[in-house]
Design a protein around this ligand. Structure first.
Ligand SMILES: [Zn+2]
Length: 294
């Protein structure tokens, strides 16, 4: 599933292709794409709207429309967009939705596994400023999205406060919870923890101030590097131009079980934490100390 850098890459490319175009029609024969709203209702709301910008919130691609609404798309496992020039022929296989623009160009949403979703919301509801960290929110994902790690409001102090509030949680699964910090998935959590020399099973509350500062730096460093390289391609991710990303060649731990650690040479270890494959260096990421029984 694409994480923040992959979605950022897709959004930037789409911005160049569709910003300023006006939607003439939206069609989909996959009813669950827009649930709980029926497709015809979403289509009626989209018709005649101009795309003012394309951006990202967490792992969602966000089309900002004139009038203040935003169409959020969750790509999930295999969703992607394919732009169609004027007069370009038949849609490719697994096309689940089509935007036709008033100038005759179009945009297809292609999704082999049909797990992608689209929802039309008020732009104000997904504003990235502030927020984040409230893991008790039961709202739909786009409304409960946490803090953006590349925004100014993601500070060491905020991260420290967030980790204190969730002190018993293991750090790795906590980084994956979109309600706390938005956009980080399994790959970049593993990479950031290696860079900051923090074992994935450490409890959030056990991190010392220098470790929190290192983790903060590492999260931003790995995300920015991955954006520069247009994301990672493991199986199906392609950018909007159909090209794979380049970050997968730069992984230091992810998917590298048994290979030597770049820092100390020890063998990278794969474990399963919270049902997800996790990779770390057993020498430079010290395991949590066993808690003394009271
Ligand atoms: Zn190491």
């Amino acid at each position: 599933m694409p994480e923040l850098p992959e979605v950022e890459t897709i959004a930037r490319q789409l911005a160049e292709l569709v910003t300023g175009r006006t939607i003439a029609a939206f069609a989909s024969d996959w009813q669950r794409l827009t649930e709980p709203e029926p497709v015809p209702l979403v289509a009626a709301r989209l018709a005649g709207r101009r795309i003012d910008a394309v951006g990202r919130r967490g792992k969602l691609v966000v089309f900002a429309l004139d009038g203040g609404d935003a169409l959020c798309t969750s790509l999930r496992m295999t969703g992607r967009f394919a732009f169609k020039e004027l007069g370009e022929a038949a849609p490719e296989r697994f096309t689940r939705a089509t935007f036709t623009f008033t100038d005759g160009t179009g945009l297809d949403f292609v999704d082999m596994r049909k797990l992608g979703r689209m929802i039309l919301v008020d732009s104000a509801e997904i504003a990235p400023a502030g927020g984040g960290g409230d893991l008790t929110l039961k709202a739909p994902l786009h409304l409960a999205m946490g803090r953006e790690p590349l925004e100014r409001s993601f500070t060491v102090a905020w991260l420290g406060g967030f980790l204190r509030r969730r002190r018993r949680a293991a750090i790795k699964p906590l980084l994956l919870d979109q309600r706390g910090i938005a956009g980080i998935g399994n790959i970049y959590a593993s990479e950031a923890l290696w860079r900051s020399r923090i074992h994935p099973l450490r409890s959030a509350g056990s991190l010392k101030p220098d470790e929190i500062a290192r983790l903060h730096e590492a999260i931003r460093w790995v995300l920015r590097k991955a954006i520069r390289l247009h994301g990672s391609t493991l199986r199906t991710y392609r950018d909007s131009n159909g090209r794979p990303g380049g970050m997968q060649h730069e992984f230091v731990v992810y998917d590298r079980a048994g290979e030597p650690c770049d820092r100390c040479g020890a063998s990278i270890k794969r474990t399963v934490i919270g049902g997800r494959s996790t990779y770390h260096c057993p020498r430079c990421q010290h395991p949590p100390r066993a808690r003394a029984t009271p």
